[in-house]
Design a protein around this ligand. Structure first.
Ligand code: TEU
Length: 556
């Protein structure tokens, strides 16, 4: 089958910044672009290559910027276009690429297109959105919104419903309309011409709709995202976007879409089809999840998902990520955030993320092992998803305490608490007395300043691995093979390149683990470990691993 074709976006490591929670420079309790600028040297010290910036555009913030009012303007709370230009120039100076969020499945209802669109049925912008008359005095279909209630909202002025998969302040754009598509392409060119290096494309598979809007069956209603992410024209739209805009620039694209199957992910990113470079598949990050419930999962189940995403030809390249701004903290979900195991398990997850086959995406705070927040009441949440679904969930008979305890495992707000920079008030995130979302009260123990000063910290472990990964073609492009898929505690796999084989062994449990290793690996040399004591440098026949112990060996 040969080797995958080389590309910079396969080799480099992405770091996601959620701007409102990264660093506040102007003291209003919310992060901003000058805050990011002040931390560029920190990102250089860590050793990442690409920053993905969550939306920085003008927005009324019904969904923290994922509802855009003006695609060519910077959100006031984050700064100005001059700040953006300065940030981009400084990233470039330091050799860091910048990709931005393209949110074009929907806009804000405060966008001038929507204001025009709803003003009359004859308005030239009417067809920028999806309008339908009522069905027997009710919504055009029983389609639900991800954020609670119907996906249809009646607008009294023209007495028609508009479609919104997310909140009613996020009306879906009508991609059937070529004029709308041209508007999007022009927005893309605007930012690409400024010099950004690509886009993360928000819920991109949702842009093509099933225009019959047939009612969903009871079972379909449990997972509406599967219907929403399977529109008939998705490949055509992506291909057109690629031909018209992307192919003119040397940039990267990564699609995002909850509900997208592995097969669709692989089709959208098949290099021969010229649609997207990469697309997030949520199977791993959401393992065990059903809506807001986080159920149990076993290690063999998790390993199967990694194998499955590698079970592909060389024309498709996976992404590797264990958290983002829509999911809980990785160390709390996949590791163990107790004081005893947090550091070891956060390092183990670093080794996992940076040695898998695929482009790694880190999320701010992961590199210091930030943990989930402990929510004790509903008024502590900010997320539109919870506010929208709260009543519905309770009405369905779920007890408030049960819901709260599930949200303590699954809420999107866990990842959105401010970045913990130091042990100063508000974790050094802001000089304001209060930040927009409460800081995790473990900031005095877990913060950047502590970890920069401690060479055994999670931060330094990430830094070491990032250095080791850079330019290491065998590790980046090598074949992936799970050598013990059924082992209940140990995740053990190899990455085989043209010169060397790497063997990675991870005890993903809080107890001692043993594992028999094939003769083949005897003599492999230990090159990385998250344990500092009891350093065993050669593989023995039976490997013993301490709680959350992680090692990497290399063939000699
Ligand atoms: O997320 C889409 C998405 O799949 C999630 O919102 C999903 O519905 C939710 O996490 C299920 O728990 C993107 C953005 O990443 C998210 O922040 C936005 O809220 C959403 O799109 C709408 O733009």
């Amino acid at each position: 089958m040969g080797r995958p074709k080389k590309a910079w976006w396969k080799e480099q490591v992405v770091y996601q910044i959620y701007p409102r929670s990264f660093k506040d420079a102007n003291g209003d309790g919310m992060g901003d672009l000058q805050g990011i600028i002040s931390k560029i040297d920190y990102l250089v010290a860590l050793g990442i290559d690409i920053v993905w910036l969550s939306p920085h555009f003008d927005s009324p913030n019904a969904d923290n910027g994922y509802d855009i009012r003006d695609y060519r303007k910077v959100m006031d709370a984050f700064g100005t276009m001059a700040d953006f230009d300065e940030m981009l120039a400084k990233f470039k100076e330091k050799g860091i690429k910048l990709i931005i969020d393209l949110v074009v499945n929907h806009s804000s209802d405060e966008h001038h297109w929507f204001k025009q669109s709803k003003s009359s049925k004859e308005n030239p912008y009417r067809e920028y959105y999806i309008w339908r008359p009522d069905k027997n005095g009710k919504e055009p279909s029983n389609w639900p919104s991800f954020f609670g209630g119907s996906a249809w909202e009646l607008d009294p002025k023209t007495n028609e419903y508009y479609l919104h998969y997310f909140s009613k302040k996020q009306p879906d754009l009508n991609w059937e309309n070529p004029e709308l598509r041209e508007e999007v392409y022009s927005i893309m060119r605007f930012w690409l011409d400024k010099g950004v290096d690509g886009f993360r494309m928000d819920v991109i598979p949702l842009i093509s709709k099933h225009l019959d809007f047939n009612d969903m069956s009871a079972s379909e209603l449990k997972h509406p995202e599967i219907i929403y992410a399977s529109g008939p024209r998705i490949h055509e739209f992506l291909r057109e976007m690629n031909d018209t805009v992307l192919s003119q620039y040397d940039v990267m694209t990564v699609g995002e879409g909850f509900g997208v199957s592995r097969a669709l992910t692989q089709r959208m990113t098949d290099e021969r089809r010229k649609e997207l470079n990469l697309s997030f598949l949520f199977d791993i990050v959401r393992v065990g999840r059903d809506n807001w419930r986080q159920g149990d999962f076993t290690l063999p189940q998790l390993k199967e998902l990694f194998t499955a995403q590698n079970d592909t030809d060389n024309f498709h390249w996976p992404t590797v990520f264990l958290n983002n701004h829509d999911n809980p903290r990785s160390v709390s979900k996949f590791g163990c955030d107790s004081p005893e195991h947090r550091v070891a398990s956060a390092k183990l997850l670093a080794l996992l993320t940076l040695t898998q086959r695929g482009t790694p995406f880190l999320f701010q705070g992961e590199e210091i092992g930030m943990t989930n927040y402990c929510f004790t009441s509903f008024d502590q949440f900010d997320d539109v998803e919870i506010r929208g679904n709260y009543r519905q969930v309770l009405r369905s008979g779920v007890g408030a305490l049960t819901y709260l305890s599930e949200l303590n495992k699954s809420s999107r707000d866990h990842s959105r608490t401010p970045m913990q920079w130091s042990n100063e008030a508000q974790g050094g995130f802001t000089h304001a007395e209060k930040s927009w979302l409460a800081i995790n009260n473990n900031y005095e123990q877990i913060n950047v300043a502590n970890q920069l000063a401690d060479t055994n910290s999670v931060f330094h472990f990430y830094k070491t691995l990032l250095e080791m990964r850079r330019g290491n073609d065998d590790l980046i492009y090598g074949d992936y093979f799970d050598i013990a898929p059924d082992h209940e505690q140990v995740f053990a796999y190899t990455r085989t390149g043209t010169q060397k084989t790497f063997l990675i062994v991870l005890n993903m449990s809080g107890t001692l683990a043993c594992m028999k290793l094939d003769d083949l690996y005897h003599g492999y040399k230990l090159i990385v470990s998250n344990y500092t004591n009891d350093y065993v440098s050669w593989v023995r026949e039976t490997l013993e691993l301490g709680p959350w112990e992680a090692r990497m060996y290399v063939s000699v």
